[in-house]
Design a protein around this ligand. Sequence first.
Ligand code: C5P
Length: 225
Amino acid sequence: GFDQKLQGKRVLVSAGGTREALDPVRYLSNHSSGKMGIAIAHVAAMLGAEVSLVRTESTLNLPVLPSIDTITVSSAVELNDAMTMQEGQADIIIMAAAVSDYRAEEVAGQKMKKDKTQSKNRLNLSLVENPDILANLPKANHYVVGFAAETQDVVAYAQAKLQTKGADMIVANDVSDRSIGFASEDNAAYLVTQTEVKALEKSNKMIIASQILAAVLIDSRAKKK
Ligand code: C5P
């Protein structure tokens, strides 16, 4: 059977892209499929961890093992609430969700109509900043992993993000490569910590998930976290 390397550990994972409502029928979102985060949740469960998954509605097409405690959220604010509620019980937090940086300043109560009186063929949306969930998570009592999707200078940006977000590890992908990331079954990444940059070659997201969790175990022991 599987060895139980994460036995006794409580792992909290977020997965999927948030949806920011504009009105009852429209939203702003991104291309995240949630496959990477859900693969991490499954591998952690198979390694014996007690897993909590906070997934967005965009991931509801993906199956999740019934043994994984799952909450479904839609927006960044809902995701923030769910993570804040659960972080205190987690030893390892993996923030794989793609969070919208902004949401609509006002959500229309009714479907927005095309305004035919406007002379300009233009609609201005006013957006306000969402909370940075990863940056705001307490870091002292658990090992915290963030993700970074970049199109250039992937490692340098990940190293900067490690500091600004106060994370223990950043999993950085090059999203300009269409054969990996987002809806793909495969991923390739750099695991960036304060002491190391480790390149993971392109493989299935379940394999990448095991490599991330193995690196988390080693580094969390080294940091006594
Ligand atoms: O700043 P950037 O969006 O590139 O950082 C990505 C990492 O930060 C991911 O782990 C993502 O889940 C997290 N994040 C967050 N809250 C935000 C934006 C990003 O937790 N508002």
